[in-house]
Design a protein around this ligand. Sequence first.
Ligand SMILES: Cc1ncc(COP(=O)(O)O)c(C=O)c1O
Length: 462
Amino acid sequence: MRPLSNFAARDVETLLHPTTNLLAHRSLGPLVVERAEGVYVYDTAGKRYIEGLAGLWCTGLGYGNQELVETAREQMSRLSFTHLFGGRSHEPAIALAEKIKAMAPAPTSKVFFTNSGSEANDTQIKIAWYFNNARGQPKRKKIISRHRAYHGTTIATASLSGLAVFHADFDLPMARVLHTDCPHHWRSAEPGESEEDYASRLARNLEELIEREGPETIAAFIAEPVMGAGGVIMPPKTYFEEIQAVLSRHGIALIADEVICGFARTGNWWGSQTYGIRPDTVTMAKAITSAYVPLGGLTISEDVYQALLEESGKHGVFAHGFTYSGHPLACAVALKTIEIYERINIVAHVRRVAPIFALRLNALADHPLVGDARSVGLLGALELVKNKRSKENFDPKLGVGGRVARFAEEEGLICRAVGGDNIGLCPPLIIDGAEINAMFDMMGRALDKAEAWLRSEGQFGA
Ligand SMILES: Cc1ncc(COP(=O)(O)O)c(C=O)c1O
């Protein structure tokens, strides 16, 4: 347990923490982070940790990047704010939209900015509805997401998220949101079923769902190229090929949620490129600014733009937006972040170190607690199981994933249990080989500690 410092007492009495076990937090207390540099963060006692989850999958360039600091300082002194409502504009937003338009993996006519991934996905839904009203298909409103997806926590995006805990007692999911299979081959394939056969089965299930609901009622399908918060789940071979064939047969738009995968995480600029996805629109956030300031966004195709032009003409205004849509500070920092990614060739760097990441991650597959080790680029997970052969899970009440994350923290590594007992690993993209090795040395020791703890509790082994 962490020592309850003065900060901890104040925290527990004042802050309501997002996505936190509120009861456990009262006794465990917070990990209070004070400063950071490179891939490391330091707590208030001066202890150093490798940030093995890049904050929340977002600090691509790591911490303390003085170019970004200077860019922010300059932008704030020149123009701290102007909005984009009613046709007002500013150069950082224009330049960033041009940049995104040139690099997005979807046919892009315009770019809309938000403050977060949730707002961007929320906007995707609103635009899908508005678009279908505009083109005279007012019944086409349902959005298909997937079990174990994570698309945010607003009313609409928590509904898209396919994780029960984000629905329970929030009276969600809302109407018009459907969920289809999570493509987790290791966990859900039939014995002996190949990845390709499994992908075909999931595509058939999707098509059945569409036919049951009525294809003319479905607006869009939303997918993360790699599911992140649901457990870091990579699509099986041919999955997106098969899913896209179904969607195009029924005229259903594909929204790629690139909030985690975008900006080099999987070894390409976009997860869509890694997995052969041809989305109609993409959502982005997180690493677009390397998390120095909040920013999200989405792309809009020419077809959709034309429909928005026409429909908003009827009402006098396209009545959607946020005070801070395209905040100049966020746009300036995003532009500089992308410039740095390009200058240091972050994609090539990720490809260079990803084999070390994969080698060390895969080696942990031999650990008695690890059922599956999987990764792409610098994104990976260890799925912990009670029985490697039967893939039996631990009793969720034991909180094994959370315990492993705390043991890792003792070792000096921050990671996170996601989607049950999956340990998510997603370090800053600038991590080097030695730091990756240090990270996995710590992870190995944390697993050993967890194994010893489980054995002493009689929860593991004979
Ligand atoms: C794939 C994905 N989409 C959307 C979101 C929501 O983004 P935000 O937390 O910025 O609202 C997240 C956050 O983790 C995410 O991983």
